[in-house]
Write a protein that binds this ligand. Structure first.
Ligand code: TXA
Ligand code: MG
Length: 336
């Protein structure tokens, strides 16, 4: 396994070495191998989306249930149009938010070479143009979309650094492109454009309000009839997910015996000295900073050996919706 430190190569003014890293990673993807890629949200475990065997390798490496479809990442709008059908609404959203942490689920173009295993048999395709220039150059070099879920074992905490990827999947990837800490820190917002109606399938790195401002109308949520069944709209949304080894207790105002404390904002509980370990998502109560710190601090507190991580209340506005979503899944009863 090769790790390329992209920030060091850029800082040292070595464009040839940076190009070499991209060429090496593109070669590995074309051979059907797995590569860890940086994105603005979290690190991805990538394979060439047109090679079913390579994509099967993602599911095997993560231990991912095979019904859960993957996001195809594209370098530019032309590549997106080649594989998905964009109506006026999806074009407007792509204009406003790409590159960036928005995934659009659109009808799959019948001529698309994306393998069926990527969509898990659905007639729709999840497309995203990540806001990381090296990763877009890599996709351009491969010449086709790359499928990439978060680079962690299925059900666990998402990877927001190259060190996280090494710990989770180090023996499964040929190349890791290390571009430092993921700046957004939570996964992309997923929208499905369903017969002209935009539906929020997963809150994420772009806040609901920003999307509603572009659309000029409120977003419809998940269809409750499909929630909790075997055939959900976004299958990854339903089970225990993002789970540390410790259990997670939400909306906590005090620390109990054996717990680690994950705070938000300036308030510190009076019994905080009882905590086995202490961290704060954002001491100033900034939700953008909290999102960027979320998975790193969950990992940190999990390593403390605490039986439970107690988490302070997080407001539901802005990126708070995505943070609360991830924490609720981290706290969900464990199925596996
Ligand atoms: O920020 C992100 O989105 C990261 C980075 C690596 O790009 N990726 C990511 O992928 O979070 P993953 O596989 O962990 O989550 C993809 C989600 C799953 O909940 C899956 O069910 C949903 O997207 N999904 C994919 N294709 C879909 C489709 N055609 N219809 C509905 N949901 C879909
Ligand atoms: Mg994931």
């Amino acid at each position: 396994m090769k790790i390329f430190d992209l920030k060091a190569l850029a800082a040292a003014g070595r464009p040839k070495a940076l190009e070499g890293a991209i060429t090496t990673a593109a070669g590995a993807l074309r051979r059907g191998e797995l590569v860890a890629i940086p994105t603005e949200t979290v690190y991805g475990l990538a394979a060439d989306a047109t090679q079913p065997l390579a994509v099967a390798g993602i599911y095997a490496a993560k231990g991912r249930p095979s019904f859960n479809p993957l996001i195809a990442h594209v370098a530019d709008r032309a590549m997106a149009d080649e594989h998905g059908i964009f109506d006026a609404l999806s074009r407007r959203l792509a204009d406003a938010f790409w590159p960036g942490p928005l995934t659009l689920v659109v009808p799959r173009r019948p001529t698309s070479a994306v393998a069926d295993i990527v969509t898990a048999g659905l007639e729709t395709l999840a497309l995203r143009m990540p806001d990381n220039a090296v990763t877009r150059d890599l996709i351009r070099a491969v010449g086709r979309p790359i499928a990439a879920p978060s680079a962690n074992r299925s059900g666990g905490i998402s990877a927001t650094s190259a060190a996280d990827v090494v710990a989770e999947l180090g023996d499964k990837v040929s190349v890791i492109l290390d571009d430092g800490a993921s700046p957004v820190g939570v996964e992309s917002t997923i929208l499905m454009i369903d017969q002209g109606v935009p539906r929020l399938l997963r809150p994420g790195g772009i806040a609901r309000g920003a999307i509603e401002a572009v659309l000029g109308r409120p977003l419809v949520g998940l269809d409750t009839e499909t929630e909790g069944t075997d055939r959900p709209l976004a299958p990854g949304m339903l089970t225990s997910h993002y789970a540390p080894n410790a259990s997670v207790r939400l909306e906590a105002n005090e620390v109990r015996h054996g717990e680690a404390w994950l705070g938000f904002g300036p308030r510190v509980p009076s019994d905080v000295q009882k905590a086995i370990a202490v961290a704060n998502l954002s001491a100033t109560g900034d939700l953008i900073e909290a999102a960027a710190n979320l998975f790193r601090l969950l990992r940190l507190l999990d390593r403390s050996g605490a039986t439970t991580i107690a988490v302070a209340p997080i407001p539901a506005e802005g990126l708070g919706e995505a943070i609360r979503d991830r924490l609720t899944r981290a706290a969900a009863p464990r199925t596996g």
